[in-house]
Design a protein around this ligand. Structure first.
Ligand SMILES: C[S@@+](CC[C@H](N)C(=O)[O-])C[C@H]1O[C@@H](n2cnc3c(N)ncnc32)[C@H](O)[C@@H]1O
Length: 254
Protein backbone atom coordinates (compact mmCIF):
# COMPACT_ATOMS: atom_id res chain seq x y z
CA UNK A 1 0.00 0.00 0.00
CA UNK A 2 1.48 3.36 -0.98
CA UNK A 3 1.97 6.15 1.52
CA UNK A 4 -0.49 8.32 -0.42
CA UNK A 5 -3.19 5.66 -0.11
CA UNK A 6 -2.61 5.19 3.61
CA UNK A 7 -2.78 8.96 4.10
CA UNK A 8 -6.01 9.11 2.06
CA UNK A 9 -7.64 6.34 4.08
CA UNK A 10 -6.57 7.85 7.40
CA UNK A 11 -7.97 11.23 6.35
CA UNK A 12 -11.21 9.57 5.24
CA UNK A 13 -11.56 7.89 8.63
CA UNK A 14 -10.94 11.21 10.34
CA UNK A 15 -13.50 12.91 8.12
CA UNK A 16 -16.16 10.31 8.93
CA UNK A 17 -15.54 10.78 12.65
CA UNK A 18 -15.37 14.53 12.30
CA UNK A 19 -18.56 15.47 14.10
CA UNK A 20 -17.76 13.55 17.27
CA UNK A 21 -14.09 14.45 17.07
CA UNK A 22 -14.61 18.09 16.39
CA UNK A 23 -15.88 19.12 19.81
CA UNK A 24 -12.50 18.92 21.56
CA UNK A 25 -10.55 20.04 18.49
CA UNK A 26 -8.82 23.35 18.38
CA UNK A 27 -10.35 25.39 15.52
CA UNK A 28 -6.98 25.51 13.76
CA UNK A 29 -6.94 21.69 13.68
CA UNK A 30 -10.57 21.60 12.56
CA UNK A 31 -9.67 24.02 9.82
CA UNK A 32 -6.69 21.93 8.75
CA UNK A 33 -8.95 18.89 8.44
CA UNK A 34 -11.58 20.97 6.68
CA UNK A 35 -9.11 22.15 4.09
CA UNK A 36 -7.80 18.65 3.41
CA UNK A 37 -11.04 16.75 3.50
CA UNK A 38 -12.65 17.73 0.14
CA UNK A 39 -10.71 15.09 -1.75
CA UNK A 40 -12.26 12.32 0.35
CA UNK A 41 -15.50 13.83 1.56
CA UNK A 42 -16.69 14.79 -1.93
CA UNK A 43 -20.12 16.36 -2.35
CA UNK A 44 -20.74 16.97 1.38
CA UNK A 45 -18.36 19.89 1.05
CA UNK A 46 -20.02 21.31 -2.06
CA UNK A 47 -23.08 23.57 -1.87
CA UNK A 48 -26.31 21.62 -1.34
CA UNK A 49 -24.60 18.22 -1.25
CA UNK A 50 -23.10 18.78 -4.68
CA UNK A 51 -26.57 18.94 -6.27
CA UNK A 52 -26.49 21.06 -9.42
CA UNK A 53 -30.26 21.16 -9.91
CA UNK A 54 -30.64 22.33 -6.28
CA UNK A 55 -28.08 25.05 -6.94
CA UNK A 56 -30.08 26.17 -10.00
CA UNK A 57 -33.24 26.10 -7.91
CA UNK A 58 -31.65 28.47 -5.39
CA UNK A 59 -30.41 30.85 -8.09
CA UNK A 60 -33.99 31.06 -9.39
CA UNK A 61 -35.47 31.44 -5.92
CA UNK A 62 -33.09 34.27 -5.10
CA UNK A 63 -33.96 36.07 -8.37
CA UNK A 64 -37.69 35.63 -7.83
CA UNK A 65 -37.93 36.25 -4.08
CA UNK A 66 -35.28 39.00 -3.83
CA UNK A 67 -34.77 38.26 -0.13
CA UNK A 68 -33.61 41.01 2.19
CA UNK A 69 -31.60 38.33 4.03
CA UNK A 70 -31.13 34.56 4.12
CA UNK A 71 -31.01 32.06 6.96
CA UNK A 72 -29.36 28.65 7.09
CA UNK A 73 -29.76 26.21 9.96
CA UNK A 74 -26.74 23.92 10.26
CA UNK A 75 -23.61 25.58 8.84
CA UNK A 76 -21.34 22.51 9.03
CA UNK A 77 -18.34 23.76 7.06
CA UNK A 78 -20.04 26.61 5.25
CA UNK A 79 -20.28 25.20 1.73
CA UNK A 80 -23.91 26.21 1.24
CA UNK A 81 -23.44 29.37 3.33
CA UNK A 82 -20.87 30.62 0.84
CA UNK A 83 -23.12 29.78 -2.10
CA UNK A 84 -26.15 31.54 -0.57
CA UNK A 85 -24.11 34.68 -0.01
CA UNK A 86 -22.46 34.59 -3.44
CA UNK A 87 -25.71 34.17 -5.40
CA UNK A 88 -27.72 36.66 -3.35
CA UNK A 89 -25.24 39.35 -2.30
CA UNK A 90 -27.44 39.70 0.78
CA UNK A 91 -26.67 39.07 4.48
CA UNK A 92 -26.67 35.38 5.36
CA UNK A 93 -27.32 34.31 8.94
CA UNK A 94 -26.13 30.77 9.59
CA UNK A 95 -26.84 28.93 12.85
CA UNK A 96 -24.53 26.15 14.03
CA UNK A 97 -24.82 24.52 17.40
CA UNK A 98 -21.51 22.61 17.34
CA UNK A 99 -18.90 25.10 18.68
CA UNK A 100 -16.06 23.75 16.58
CA UNK A 101 -17.99 23.89 13.31
CA UNK A 102 -19.21 27.38 14.28
CA UNK A 103 -15.63 28.53 14.97
CA UNK A 104 -14.47 26.96 11.73
CA UNK A 105 -17.14 28.74 9.67
CA UNK A 106 -16.69 32.07 11.51
CA UNK A 107 -12.98 31.89 10.75
CA UNK A 108 -13.60 30.90 7.14
CA UNK A 109 -15.81 33.98 6.63
CA UNK A 110 -13.99 36.39 8.93
CA UNK A 111 -13.49 38.79 6.03
CA UNK A 112 -17.14 38.65 4.94
CA UNK A 113 -19.19 40.91 7.24
CA UNK A 114 -22.40 39.87 5.49
CA UNK A 115 -22.05 36.27 6.70
CA UNK A 116 -23.03 36.12 10.34
CA UNK A 117 -22.41 32.88 12.22
CA UNK A 118 -24.57 32.26 15.27
CA UNK A 119 -23.18 29.54 17.52
CA UNK A 120 -26.64 28.62 18.73
CA UNK A 121 -29.35 26.08 18.43
CA UNK A 122 -31.20 27.07 15.26
CA UNK A 123 -34.45 27.73 17.17
CA UNK A 124 -32.68 30.17 19.51
CA UNK A 125 -30.97 31.80 16.53
CA UNK A 126 -34.34 32.46 14.87
CA UNK A 127 -35.74 33.93 18.09
CA UNK A 128 -32.69 36.21 18.36
CA UNK A 129 -33.03 37.34 14.75
CA UNK A 130 -36.70 38.08 15.22
CA UNK A 131 -36.30 39.73 18.64
CA UNK A 132 -33.43 41.91 17.44
CA UNK A 133 -35.38 43.01 14.36
CA UNK A 134 -32.46 41.94 12.15
CA UNK A 135 -34.85 40.82 9.42
CA UNK A 136 -37.96 43.00 9.09
CA UNK A 137 -41.16 40.91 8.91
CA UNK A 138 -42.32 43.11 6.02
CA UNK A 139 -39.43 41.91 3.80
CA UNK A 140 -38.96 38.69 1.80
CA UNK A 141 -36.87 36.10 3.65
CA UNK A 142 -35.30 32.93 2.19
CA UNK A 143 -34.39 30.06 4.53
CA UNK A 144 -32.48 26.81 4.06
CA UNK A 145 -33.16 24.34 6.86
CA UNK A 146 -30.49 21.68 7.20
CA UNK A 147 -29.88 21.26 10.95
CA UNK A 148 -31.23 17.75 11.17
CA UNK A 149 -28.51 15.45 12.32
CA UNK A 150 -29.65 14.22 15.67
CA UNK A 151 -32.69 12.79 17.41
CA UNK A 152 -33.51 16.34 18.58
CA UNK A 153 -35.09 17.63 15.39
CA UNK A 154 -35.57 21.42 15.32
CA UNK A 155 -37.45 21.29 12.01
CA UNK A 156 -41.10 21.65 13.04
CA UNK A 157 -40.33 24.53 15.37
CA UNK A 158 -38.11 26.24 12.79
CA UNK A 159 -40.81 26.05 10.11
CA UNK A 160 -43.66 27.15 12.39
CA UNK A 161 -41.65 30.09 13.72
CA UNK A 162 -40.49 31.32 10.31
CA UNK A 163 -43.94 31.09 8.72
CA UNK A 164 -45.53 32.84 11.67
CA UNK A 165 -43.00 35.65 12.09
CA UNK A 166 -42.03 36.36 8.48
CA UNK A 167 -45.16 36.35 6.27
CA UNK A 168 -43.04 36.79 3.12
CA UNK A 169 -40.85 33.75 3.66
CA UNK A 170 -39.79 30.88 1.44
CA UNK A 171 -38.28 27.82 3.11
CA UNK A 172 -36.25 25.03 1.51
CA UNK A 173 -35.78 21.90 3.63
CA UNK A 174 -32.97 19.46 2.82
CA UNK A 175 -33.14 15.67 3.26
CA UNK A 176 -36.90 15.70 2.75
CA UNK A 177 -38.89 12.85 1.23
CA UNK A 178 -40.14 13.66 -2.28
CA UNK A 179 -43.23 11.46 -2.16
CA UNK A 180 -43.40 10.53 -5.84
CA UNK A 181 -39.67 10.25 -6.59
CA UNK A 182 -37.78 7.44 -4.93
CA UNK A 183 -34.49 8.42 -6.55
CA UNK A 184 -34.18 11.18 -3.96
CA UNK A 185 -32.84 10.22 -0.53
CA UNK A 186 -34.28 11.56 2.71
CA UNK A 187 -33.66 11.44 6.45
CA UNK A 188 -35.37 9.13 8.90
CA UNK A 189 -34.83 9.18 12.66
CA UNK A 190 -36.23 5.93 13.99
CA UNK A 191 -39.78 5.89 12.67
CA UNK A 192 -39.77 9.60 11.95
CA UNK A 193 -39.29 10.39 8.27
CA UNK A 194 -38.94 13.97 7.04
CA UNK A 195 -42.29 14.26 5.26
CA UNK A 196 -45.16 16.71 5.00
CA UNK A 197 -47.13 14.48 7.36
CA UNK A 198 -44.35 14.83 9.92
CA UNK A 199 -44.53 18.62 9.63
CA UNK A 200 -48.31 18.41 9.86
CA UNK A 201 -51.03 20.79 8.78
CA UNK A 202 -50.76 22.96 11.90
CA UNK A 203 -47.08 23.67 11.14
CA UNK A 204 -47.60 24.13 7.40
CA UNK A 205 -50.60 26.42 7.83
CA UNK A 206 -51.60 27.93 4.49
CA UNK A 207 -48.11 27.70 2.99
CA UNK A 208 -47.82 26.34 -0.54
CA UNK A 209 -45.91 23.07 -0.86
CA UNK A 210 -43.61 22.74 -3.88
CA UNK A 211 -41.12 20.10 -5.04
CA UNK A 212 -38.02 19.94 -7.22
CA UNK A 213 -38.86 19.59 -10.91
CA UNK A 214 -35.59 17.81 -11.64
CA UNK A 215 -36.14 14.04 -11.39
CA UNK A 216 -33.88 12.49 -8.73
CA UNK A 217 -32.16 10.26 -11.29
CA UNK A 218 -30.99 13.37 -13.18
CA UNK A 219 -29.72 15.25 -10.10
CA UNK A 220 -26.00 15.20 -9.26
CA UNK A 221 -24.14 14.85 -5.95
CA UNK A 222 -25.86 13.02 -3.11
CA UNK A 223 -29.38 13.40 -4.57
CA UNK A 224 -31.09 14.34 -1.32
CA UNK A 225 -34.72 15.31 -1.61
CA UNK A 226 -36.12 18.67 -0.60
CA UNK A 227 -39.38 20.52 -0.21
CA UNK A 228 -40.06 24.22 -0.76
CA UNK A 229 -42.64 25.97 1.42
CA UNK A 230 -43.86 29.35 0.26
CA UNK A 231 -45.91 31.70 2.43
CA UNK A 232 -49.24 32.50 0.77
CA UNK A 233 -48.18 36.09 0.03
CA UNK A 234 -45.08 35.05 -1.95
CA UNK A 235 -46.35 31.79 -3.44
CA UNK A 236 -47.29 33.43 -6.75
CA UNK A 237 -43.72 34.68 -7.26
CA UNK A 238 -42.19 31.20 -7.01
CA UNK A 239 -44.80 28.62 -7.95
CA UNK A 240 -44.24 29.02 -11.71
CA UNK A 241 -40.45 28.71 -11.58
CA UNK A 242 -39.33 25.89 -13.91
CA UNK A 243 -37.27 24.35 -11.09
CA UNK A 244 -40.40 23.80 -8.98
CA UNK A 245 -43.58 21.79 -9.37
CA UNK A 246 -46.65 20.81 -7.42
CA UNK A 247 -47.79 17.26 -6.74
CA UNK A 248 -51.49 17.20 -7.66
CA UNK A 249 -53.74 15.66 -5.05
CA UNK A 250 -51.09 15.57 -2.31
CA UNK A 251 -52.78 15.68 1.07
CA UNK A 252 -51.31 16.25 4.52
CA UNK A 253 -52.66 13.79 7.05
CA UNK A 254 -50.41 14.71 10.00
C1 LIG B 1 -26.04 18.35 7.32
S1 LIG B 1 -25.03 19.44 8.22
C2 LIG B 1 -25.32 21.00 7.45
C3 LIG B 1 -24.69 21.11 6.08
C4 LIG B 1 -24.66 22.51 5.51
N1 LIG B 1 -25.95 23.17 5.58
C5 LIG B 1 -24.22 22.47 4.06
O1 LIG B 1 -25.08 22.51 3.17
O2 LIG B 1 -23.01 22.33 3.83
C6 LIG B 1 -25.95 19.62 9.70
C7 LIG B 1 -25.32 20.61 10.68
O3 LIG B 1 -26.34 21.00 11.59
C8 LIG B 1 -25.76 21.17 12.87
N2 LIG B 1 -26.88 21.09 13.80
C9 LIG B 1 -27.57 19.99 14.19
N3 LIG B 1 -28.59 20.32 15.00
C10 LIG B 1 -28.57 21.69 15.12
C11 LIG B 1 -29.39 22.64 15.78
N4 LIG B 1 -30.46 22.26 16.51
N5 LIG B 1 -29.08 23.95 15.66
C12 LIG B 1 -28.01 24.35 14.92
N6 LIG B 1 -27.20 23.49 14.28
C13 LIG B 1 -27.47 22.17 14.35
C14 LIG B 1 -24.75 20.04 12.95
O4 LIG B 1 -23.76 20.31 13.92
C15 LIG B 1 -24.19 20.04 11.53
O5 LIG B 1 -23.05 20.85 11.41
Amino acid sequence: MTLARITRQATALLARSYDSLSRPLHPAVAELIGRNVPAVDGPWLEPFNGQRARQDMFRSLVSAVRPVALFESGSYRGASTRFLWQVSGRPVYTAEKNPSFARYVAREFRHVPDIKVLNRDSRDALRILHGGAHIPPSEPFLCYLDAHWNADLPLREEVAFILQKWPLSVIVIDDFKVPDDHDYGFDAYGRTELTVDYLGSSTLGASHVLWPSCPGREETGYRRGCVVLASPKVAATVSDLPELRRIPGLTVTG
